[in-house]
Design a protein around this ligand. Structure first.
Ligand SMILES: NC(=O)C1=CN([C@@H]2O[C@H](COP(=O)(O)OP(=O)(O)OC[C@H]3O[C@@H](n4cnc5c(N)ncnc54)[C@H](OP(=O)(O)O)[C@@H]3O)[C@@H](O)[C@H]2O)C=CC1
Ligand SMILES: O=C1CO[C@H](CO)[C@@H](O)[C@@H]1O
Length: 283
């Protein structure tokens, strides 16, 4: 089955479902999970320099023999590398063994992101990246960026799940033609969302798992998703979400679960800002 695509604001097509590779720390497990994903039909992979596994992704791609043009590969610029985005980008490409990226994102809106964005615009204009975007940007960051940019971000990759739905930000992104990417679409497997009775009832109603109901909800909100799993059955399950549709009443029932409750870091905290100054550990 071919995953449906979303058309980004520069007409690039992105598969709406992919696989994320955050916290995939074991080499053999990584190679296995990638090949399972490819066999199931995944073609979109989301990584970042800070995940420390770009090299493994490159190795897995090469080993699989798949045509590069069939894949959609995203990586991200970590704030400690805002001083030289071109070098950081080239290092990512080298680790991935690729000669272009499909999507490259500013990972967090840490100080210096406007200048970093301008450097990314140059890489985009030089056609080394098919699309550029941002991650963890709130409305105020997008407005500040607009003042210094020539290129509108193609996507904003933000934490989203039933307990963190961000309706105002989503409305802003839609109005500005910026596609939504949901990170932690399953609440990172740790925020209790799998135990939510409303979702469990919907899972029983549609004969699907809670994870599938959540992922389907994201799709129907037009979000691009890349749930992470190192288990073959879960990778398959997370892919089997195109054969049912949640009713609008059920979409509304999930909308009522919003608690505005993030799992991720507060980008304004001292702890987080200190973390963004650490250079990625590269394998
Ligand atoms: N831009 C940013 O700041 C961030 C981006 N990301 C990106 O988003 C991707 C997805 O987010 P992520 O943080 O991984 O969290 P997810 O919401 O994708 O959850 C992953 C967790 O859920 C478990 N899981 C996966 N599928 C199922 C299933 N069907 N049933 C039960 N449990 C399941 C996984 O376990 P197991 O592997 O054992 O199956 C893992 O523990 C990342 O991999 C990364 O690419 C993530 C964080 C921040
Ligand atoms: O994508 C992410 C996961 O890894 C980082 C930390 O190691 C996070 O800060 C980031 O948002």
């Amino acid at each position: 089955m071919t995953v449906p695509t979303i058309t980004l604001n520069n007409n690039v097509q992105i598969p709406q479902l992919g696989m994320g590779v955050f916290k995939m720390k074991d080499h053999e497990q990584f190679l296995k999970a990638f090949q399972w994903a490819l066999d199931i039909g995944y073609r979109h992979f989301d990584t970042a320099a800070i995940y420390g596994n770009e090299k493994w992704l490159g190795e897995a791609i090469k080993k699989s023999g798949i045509d590069r043009h069939e894949l959609f590969i995203t990586s991200k610029l970590w704030p400690a590398e805002f001083d030289d985005p071109k070098q950081a980008f080239e290092n990512s490409l080298k680790r991935l063994g690729l000669d272009y990226l499909d999507l490259y994102l500013i990972h967090w809106p840490a100080p210096g992101y406007q200048q970093a964005w301008q450097a990314m615009e140059k890489l985009y204009q030089a056609k080394k990246i098919r699309a550029i975007g941002v991650s963890n940007f709130m409305i105020k960051h997008l407005e500040q960026l607009q003042q210094v940019s020539q290129v509108t971000p193609a996507v904003d990759q933000i934490e989203l799940h039933p307990y963190l739905q961000r309706p105002k930000l989503l409305q802003y992104l839609q109005q500005h033609n910026i596609a939504v990417e949901a990170w932690g679409p399953l609440g990172q497997g740790s925020n209790g969302v799998f135990d939510e009775p409303v979702l469990q009832d919907l899972a029983a109603k549609y004969h699907k798992s809670v994870a599938q109901v959540i992922l389907r909800w994201h799709l129907q909100r037009q979000a691009i998703i890349f749930p992470k799993s190192v288990h073959q059955q879960r990778l398959q399950q997370n892919f089997d979400i195109f054969d049912f549709e949640l009713s609008s009443a059920d979409m509304q029932a999930i909308a009522r679960l919003d608690k505005n409750q993030p799992n991720g870091s507060d980008p304004n905290s001292d702890e987080f800002l200190a973390q963004t100054k650490l250079r990625p550990v590269i394998n």
